[in-house]
Design a protein around this ligand. Structure first.
Ligand code: F6P
Length: 404
């Protein structure tokens, strides 16, 4: 065994975020000058046999040809990983499903005494899975299929893997990770695992390389100082969206997350049009604060018609909850969930964008930049500027920038 080297073995059903985590680990370890390489079984499979491996039957555990080919690929990668570690590499990551006990025992016996850290990615959030599978079906291997057939095929593939799935438990050193929430579900570490603290820390840290946080353009409701509702952009709002599109044209923005409200989607669409490849993903979690019985009223109307609501909110804006609606305090968990979803779905992309609303953007900002709760409902969220946020273990940046 070469001292101070480690083999990380990813475990989990398809579309659970294994490759994103593997890439993040490699990036972070390399930054600390720890040499690291990923050995991805899927990539090798696509290189060796590109045509017929997109059919779900290829993954049927009773399909001997498929099983044999996948075993061969696993062994090739294990052998490459071992050689990498014997020749100066420090961390090898085996990125594959490795869901069966049988496969993991094979890995263990192949690597012998070599320290192995198993990391299992768990995520059963239906909505996220659906979006994440949809994204995967854009891979070249599904090229010949319609989007719906590709989805069906990928889901069948997952079902096949599920029939042989054994969660981690008997392995010597392992982490089971909720890959959506960056939360460790179970951890058993018996050996002295090189770089362990560093790796564990990466796994639980929310990290975003470049997040462009934008508020939707001006709406008809904004003109009348009305809150909530589902108003469209005004001419000025549309021009703001066009200006944003031009501003971001030279950056690659593969994902724009919006709320389900028209005004955020209408702001995102012109940006998407000037990008080569960009998905707009509307998330309910980014909907604006629900102002309950005050929806669609102006602040002046609330003050006149419901002075108790108006003044109680003024008194303690963060903790005040609109009757039949929400308050900042009750929005927190859903907005946090939206952020986790966006980070998961964007898979570590260099740039991501969120087009949100005033209250929602305040919550998103305060997720990354600590503010006292009483100050959160007053964070400045203009429509003619955006926030550029970088939040990694190495860099924190919050910049308010004009786009015109
Ligand atoms: O006015 C726009 C708006 O996004 C409303 O829909 C929302 O109720 C309000 O801003 C949130 O801001 P505040 O908490 O300051 O009222």
């Amino acid at each position: 065994m070469v001292p101070n080297t480690l083999c990380i073995v990813m475990v989990g059903l398809p579309a659970r975020g294994k490759s994103t985590i593997a890439r993040k680990l490699r990036e972070n370890l390399s930054r600390d000058r720890i040499s690291c390489r990923i050995f991805n079984n899927g990539q090798l499979r696509r290189r060796i046999r590109s045509q017929d491996t997109s059919r779900p039957e290829f993954y049927d555990p009773n399909n001997e040809v498929g099983v044999r080919l996948r075993e061969r690929i696993a062994l090739i990668n294990l052998d490459r990983a071992r050689r990498y570690l014997e020749n100066g590499g420090q961390v090898a990551i085996i990125d594959a499903t490795n869901v069966s006990l049988k496969r993991r025992r094979k890995v263990q016996s192949f690597l012998g005494e070599h320290p192995i850290l198993f990391i299992e990615c768990v995520n059963d959030d239906e909505e996220i899975l659906e979006a994440s599978i949809r994204h995967k079906t854009r891979l070249p291997e599904f090229q010949g299929l319609s989007a719906e057939l590709a989805m069906e095929s990928f889901k069948k593939r997952i079902l096949y893997y599920n029939t042989i799935y054994n969660p981690l438990g008997e392995e010597r050193d392992f982490i089971r990770l909720d890959s959506l929430n960056n939360r460790i579900l179970q951890e058993e570490i018996v050996s002295d695992i090189p770089f362990y603290d560093r790796i564990r820390d990466f796994l639980v840290t929310d990290s975003v390389k470049n997040l462009f946080l934008i508020r939707h353009g001006e709406t008809y409701f904004n003109l009348e100082n009305r809150i909530g509702g589902d108003s469209s952009l005004t001419q000025k709002g549309k021009e703001q969206a066009e200006a944003l599109a031009r501003y971001f044209q030279k950056k690659r923005i593969p994902f724009i997350f919006t709320s389900k409200k028209k005004r955020t989607v209408e702001t995102a669409e012109p940006i998407q049009r000037l990008q080569e490849s960009c998905s707009i993903i509307p998330l309910e979690e980014f909907n604006e604060i629900d102002s309950g019985i005050c929806e669609c009223m102006s602040y002046e109307e609330i003050q006149q018609q419901m002075p108790d609501v108006y003044y109680a909110r003024k008194q303690d804006k963060y903790n005040y909850v609109y009757p039949e609606g929400e308050g900042y305090v009750t929005m927190k968990s859903r907005v946090d969930r939206g952020i986790k979803k966006a980070l998961f779905l964007s898979g570590g992309a260099e740039n991501i964008m969120i087009v949100g609303h005033r209250a929602v953007n305040r919550m998103i900002l305060s997720h990354f930049l600590y503010r006292r709760t009483e100050d959160v409902p007053y964070i400045y969220i203009p429509q003619d500027k955006f926030y550029h946020i970088v939040a990694t273990q190495y860099k924190k940046l919050f910049q308010l920038k004009p786009y015109t």
